[in-house]
Design a protein around this ligand. Sequence first.
Ligand code: ZN
Length: 202
Amino acid sequence: MIRLEIPDDTAAELCALGRLASDRGWVPATSGNFSARLDERTFLVTRSGVDKGALSANDFIAAPIEGPLPAGVSAEAPLHAARYRSDPTVGAVLHVHSIAATVLSRNAREIALEGFEMQKAFEGVSTHESVARVPIFANDQDTRRLADHVESRLAADAFAPAYLLAGHGVYVWGARIAQARRHLEGIIFLLDCALEERRLRP
Ligand SMILES: [Zn+2]
Protein backbone atom coordinates (compact mmCIF):
# COMPACT_ATOMS: atom_id res chain seq x y z
CA MET A 1 0.00 0.00 0.00
CA ILE A 2 1.19 3.50 -0.73
CA ARG A 3 2.13 5.42 2.41
CA LEU A 4 0.96 8.86 1.52
CA GLU A 5 -0.46 11.71 3.49
CA ILE A 6 -4.12 11.85 2.53
CA PRO A 7 -5.17 15.50 2.25
CA ASP A 8 -7.97 16.18 4.77
CA ASP A 9 -9.85 18.44 2.39
CA THR A 10 -9.89 15.85 -0.42
CA ALA A 11 -11.25 13.13 1.87
CA ALA A 12 -13.73 15.61 3.41
CA GLU A 13 -15.03 16.62 -0.03
CA LEU A 14 -15.55 12.99 -1.01
CA CYS A 15 -17.24 12.23 2.34
CA ALA A 16 -19.64 15.14 1.76
CA LEU A 17 -20.35 13.82 -1.71
CA GLY A 18 -21.10 10.39 -0.25
CA ARG A 19 -23.66 11.88 2.13
CA LEU A 20 -25.30 13.78 -0.74
CA ALA A 21 -25.43 10.66 -2.95
CA SER A 22 -26.81 8.59 -0.09
CA ASP A 23 -29.47 11.16 0.82
CA ARG A 24 -30.65 11.12 -2.79
CA GLY A 25 -30.79 7.33 -3.01
CA TRP A 26 -28.00 6.97 -5.58
CA VAL A 27 -25.77 4.56 -3.59
CA PRO A 28 -28.02 1.89 -2.02
CA ALA A 29 -26.60 -1.17 -0.23
CA THR A 30 -22.98 0.12 -0.11
CA SER A 31 -22.92 0.53 -3.92
CA GLY A 32 -21.06 3.31 -5.73
CA ASN A 33 -17.47 4.45 -5.42
CA PHE A 34 -15.65 7.78 -5.43
CA SER A 35 -12.09 8.80 -6.18
CA ALA A 36 -9.85 11.85 -6.62
CA ARG A 37 -6.39 12.28 -8.10
CA LEU A 38 -3.74 13.08 -5.50
CA ASP A 39 -0.87 13.63 -7.96
CA GLU A 40 0.21 12.41 -11.39
CA ARG A 41 0.82 8.87 -10.12
CA THR A 42 -1.67 8.37 -7.31
CA PHE A 43 -5.39 8.54 -6.64
CA LEU A 44 -7.55 8.21 -3.55
CA VAL A 45 -10.44 5.73 -3.80
CA THR A 46 -13.13 4.36 -1.50
CA ARG A 47 -12.64 1.00 0.16
CA SER A 48 -14.80 -1.92 -0.90
CA GLY A 49 -18.13 -2.44 0.83
CA VAL A 50 -18.44 0.74 2.89
CA ASP A 51 -21.64 2.75 3.33
CA LYS A 52 -21.14 5.83 1.15
CA GLY A 53 -23.51 7.82 3.35
CA ALA A 54 -21.24 7.39 6.39
CA LEU A 55 -17.73 7.77 4.91
CA SER A 56 -14.79 8.88 7.04
CA ALA A 57 -11.15 9.52 6.10
CA ASN A 58 -10.37 5.88 7.03
CA ASP A 59 -12.62 4.62 4.25
CA PHE A 60 -10.19 5.71 1.51
CA ILE A 61 -7.07 4.05 0.14
CA ALA A 62 -4.31 5.74 -1.86
CA ALA A 63 -3.61 3.65 -4.96
CA PRO A 64 -1.24 3.87 -7.94
CA ILE A 65 -2.72 5.00 -11.25
CA GLU A 66 -0.36 2.61 -13.04
CA GLY A 67 0.40 -0.81 -11.71
CA PRO A 68 -1.38 -3.20 -9.36
CA LEU A 69 -4.08 -1.89 -7.05
CA PRO A 70 -3.79 -2.56 -3.32
CA ALA A 71 -6.07 -5.04 -1.54
CA GLY A 72 -9.25 -3.60 -0.09
CA VAL A 73 -10.02 -1.03 -2.78
CA SER A 74 -13.39 -1.09 -4.50
CA ALA A 75 -13.74 -3.86 -7.10
CA GLU A 76 -14.44 -1.10 -9.61
CA ALA A 77 -11.20 0.80 -8.87
CA PRO A 78 -9.71 -0.32 -12.24
CA LEU A 79 -12.37 1.78 -14.00
CA HIS A 80 -11.26 4.82 -11.97
CA ALA A 81 -7.54 4.19 -12.56
CA ALA A 82 -8.15 3.85 -16.29
CA ARG A 83 -9.83 7.28 -16.46
CA TYR A 84 -6.82 8.90 -14.73
CA ARG A 85 -4.38 7.06 -17.02
CA SER A 86 -6.22 7.99 -20.22
CA ASP A 87 -6.86 11.64 -19.45
CA PRO A 88 -4.41 13.71 -17.39
CA THR A 89 -7.05 16.45 -16.96
CA VAL A 90 -9.31 14.10 -14.95
CA GLY A 91 -9.10 14.98 -11.25
CA ALA A 92 -12.08 13.08 -9.84
CA VAL A 93 -14.23 10.09 -10.85
CA LEU A 94 -17.62 9.34 -9.31
CA HIS A 95 -19.84 6.29 -9.72
CA VAL A 96 -23.41 5.76 -8.49
CA HIS A 97 -26.33 3.40 -9.05
CA SER A 98 -29.35 5.66 -9.58
CA ILE A 99 -32.58 4.01 -10.75
CA ALA A 100 -32.74 5.98 -14.04
CA ALA A 101 -29.08 5.17 -14.84
CA THR A 102 -29.71 1.51 -14.08
CA VAL A 103 -32.92 1.22 -16.11
CA LEU A 104 -32.13 3.40 -19.15
CA SER A 105 -28.79 1.68 -19.75
CA ARG A 106 -30.44 -1.63 -20.57
CA ASN A 107 -30.86 -2.54 -24.26
CA ALA A 108 -29.07 0.46 -25.81
CA ARG A 109 -25.57 1.41 -26.94
CA GLU A 110 -25.90 5.12 -26.28
CA ILE A 111 -28.28 7.72 -24.86
CA ALA A 112 -28.52 11.09 -26.62
CA LEU A 113 -29.82 13.88 -24.37
CA GLU A 114 -31.00 16.85 -26.37
CA GLY A 115 -32.79 20.14 -25.76
CA PHE A 116 -32.39 20.22 -21.97
CA GLU A 117 -31.16 23.34 -20.20
CA MET A 118 -29.36 21.04 -17.71
CA GLN A 119 -26.91 19.95 -20.44
CA LYS A 120 -25.10 23.18 -19.50
CA ALA A 121 -23.98 21.41 -16.29
CA PHE A 122 -21.33 19.77 -18.47
CA GLU A 123 -18.08 21.71 -18.79
CA GLY A 124 -17.85 23.57 -22.11
CA VAL A 125 -21.55 23.29 -22.98
CA SER A 126 -23.23 26.71 -23.26
CA THR A 127 -26.58 25.93 -24.84
CA HIS A 128 -29.45 23.45 -24.71
CA GLU A 129 -29.18 23.39 -28.52
CA SER A 130 -26.63 20.60 -28.38
CA VAL A 131 -26.58 16.85 -27.95
CA ALA A 132 -25.03 15.22 -24.89
CA ARG A 133 -24.14 11.70 -26.04
CA VAL A 134 -23.58 9.20 -23.24
CA PRO A 135 -22.12 5.83 -24.27
CA ILE A 136 -23.35 2.58 -22.73
CA PHE A 137 -21.24 -0.52 -22.13
CA ALA A 138 -22.31 -4.05 -21.33
CA ASN A 139 -21.66 -4.76 -17.66
CA ASP A 140 -18.68 -7.03 -16.91
CA GLN A 141 -17.49 -8.36 -13.53
CA ASP A 142 -13.93 -8.35 -14.96
CA THR A 143 -13.46 -4.61 -14.41
CA ARG A 144 -9.94 -4.53 -15.90
CA ARG A 145 -11.22 -5.90 -19.19
CA LEU A 146 -14.20 -3.55 -18.96
CA ALA A 147 -11.91 -0.56 -18.35
CA ASP A 148 -9.92 -1.35 -21.53
CA HIS A 149 -13.14 -1.58 -23.52
CA VAL A 150 -14.49 1.69 -22.08
CA GLU A 151 -11.30 3.67 -22.65
CA SER A 152 -10.87 2.53 -26.28
CA ARG A 153 -14.37 3.74 -27.15
CA LEU A 154 -14.06 7.01 -25.19
CA ALA A 155 -10.80 7.77 -26.99
CA ALA A 156 -12.36 7.25 -30.41
CA ASP A 157 -15.43 9.47 -30.08
CA ALA A 158 -16.74 12.68 -28.50
CA PHE A 159 -19.01 12.06 -25.53
CA ALA A 160 -20.37 13.89 -22.49
CA PRO A 161 -18.16 13.39 -19.38
CA ALA A 162 -20.11 10.29 -18.38
CA TYR A 163 -20.81 6.70 -19.36
CA LEU A 164 -23.32 4.08 -18.35
CA LEU A 165 -22.89 0.41 -17.55
CA ALA A 166 -25.93 -1.60 -18.61
CA GLY A 167 -28.25 -2.47 -15.74
CA HIS A 168 -25.64 -1.12 -13.34
CA GLY A 169 -25.10 2.65 -13.06
CA VAL A 170 -23.24 5.72 -14.21
CA TYR A 171 -19.64 6.99 -14.14
CA VAL A 172 -18.82 10.70 -14.36
CA TRP A 173 -15.60 12.65 -14.05
CA GLY A 174 -14.28 16.19 -13.87
CA ALA A 175 -11.13 18.22 -13.47
CA ARG A 176 -11.83 18.60 -9.76
CA ILE A 177 -14.24 17.03 -7.27
CA ALA A 178 -16.56 20.05 -7.48
CA GLN A 179 -16.75 19.80 -11.27
CA ALA A 180 -17.31 16.04 -11.17
CA ARG A 181 -20.08 16.61 -8.61
CA ARG A 182 -21.75 19.15 -10.95
CA HIS A 183 -21.50 16.63 -13.79
CA LEU A 184 -22.97 13.94 -11.53
CA GLU A 185 -25.93 16.05 -10.44
CA GLY A 186 -26.46 17.10 -14.07
CA ILE A 187 -26.43 13.61 -15.57
CA ILE A 188 -28.67 12.19 -12.83
CA PHE A 189 -31.19 14.99 -13.44
CA LEU A 190 -31.04 14.45 -17.24
CA LEU A 191 -31.46 10.67 -16.94
CA ASP A 192 -34.40 11.20 -14.57
CA CYS A 193 -35.97 13.47 -17.21
CA ALA A 194 -35.36 10.87 -19.95
CA LEU A 195 -37.00 8.18 -17.82
CA GLU A 196 -40.01 10.38 -17.08
CA GLU A 197 -40.38 11.15 -20.78
CA ARG A 198 -40.51 7.43 -21.58
CA ARG A 199 -43.19 6.99 -18.95
CA LEU A 200 -45.25 9.75 -20.53
CA ARG A 201 -44.57 8.68 -24.13
CA PRO A 202 -43.63 5.01 -24.09
ZN1 ZN B 1 -21.14 -0.10 -9.44
